[in-house]
Write a protein that binds this ligand. Structure first.
Ligand SMILES: Nc1ncnc2c1ncn2[C@@H]1O[C@H](COP(=O)(O)OP(=O)(O)O)[C@@H](O)[C@H]1O
Ligand SMILES: [Mg+2]
Length: 262
């Protein structure tokens, strides 16, 4: 089943003279476990697209179908519930609460989803371990580097075990090495748990390392391509040992000898 699907997705801001058609009939299907980058110039509709897909905004027309549920049939409360259970967000500025520890920040989405706190805490400890921040659970964002804060933000996006994680320029505020590390972590989660990722990015090198890249212009998808790097091997099993998954992910991607398109 598709993780998310948009049908004729359109969004218009304003009226009359000041009307802007930010999205104009976008049909997009993202399969479970697919990682996708959205690229395009400033003003091309990327953020609007992500906000509609994340059920943060209602489109002017068209539909967003999340795991088989047409969100346009839901009221605001039901949309919020679907969002908190299925979709994780990574924001550009991380949006960590400064007065809270890393652990508390990671557990924040539980407030909205009402999930099992104890189980979530165990998951959070696992994530902190995975991203090399096990000793930082009680540190506040101000005591952490940008890269570390970003890893906390990613752990937070995953805490409710979403099927889809959306990031609007999540690498915008960090250096290239950190951005690369983030991408590797996302790929690992993607391969290991089958979580779909959709990230908006300006960085074409980063975009080329996802499964699929779509380009927006004036609210239209003008290209939809699969970069040359191909996944040739997936870690054995969902829920298998992380070390096994890690070692395989390290070797699991090859640069197919295809010229890069676009
Ligand atoms: N709240 C808003 N009110 C009016 N126009 C908006 C609003 N948000 C975005 N737009 C316009 O919609 C278009 C798409 O914006 P956006 O989705 O933010 O693009 P991107 O993220 O690619 O820069 C732009 O022309 C932008 O100016
Ligand atoms: Mg934007």
């Amino acid at each position: 089943m598709a993780t998310i699907k948009t049908l004729g997705l359109s969004k218009t801001y304003g009226t009359g003279e000041s009307m802007v058609k930010a999205l104009d009939g976008v049909d997009l299907t993202i399969e479970q476990g697919e990682s996708l980058a959205i690229v395009g110039r400033s003003g091309s509709g990327k953020t609007t697209m992500l906000d509609c897909m994340g059920l943060l905004m209602r489109p002017s027309s068209g539909a967003v179908i999340v795991d088989g549920t047409d969100a346009s049939t839901l009221n605001d409360g039901q949309r919020a519930e679907l969002r908190s259970k299925r979709i994780g967000f990574i924001f550009q500025e991380f949006n960590l609460l400064p007065t809270m520890s890393a652990m508390e920040n990671i557990l924040l989405p539980l407030r909205y989803s009402g999930g099992d706190r104890k189980a979530a805490r165990i998951r959070a400890e696992g994530f902190l371990e995975e991203v090399g921040l096990a000793k930082r659970a009680n540190h506040r964002p101000t005591q952490m580097s940008g890269g570390e804060q970003q890893r906390v933000a990613i752990a937070r996006s995953l805490i409710n075990e979403p099927t889809l994680v959306l990031g609007d320029e999540p690498m915008g505020e960090v250096d290239t090495d950190t951005a690369n590390a983030l991408l590797e972590f996302m790929r690992r989660i993607n391969a290991e748990r089958g979580v779909s990722f959709v990230i908006v990015t300006h960085d074409l090198d980063l975009a080329a390392r996802t499964d699929r890249v779509i380009r927006l212009r004036d609210g239209h998808v003008i290209s939809d391509e699969r970069p040359s790097r191909q996944l040739v091997q997936r870690p054995a099993a969902r829920g298998g040992s992380l070390d096994a998954a890690l070692s395989q992910v390290g070797n699991g991607f090859v640069d197919a000898a295809l010229p890069r398109r676009g």
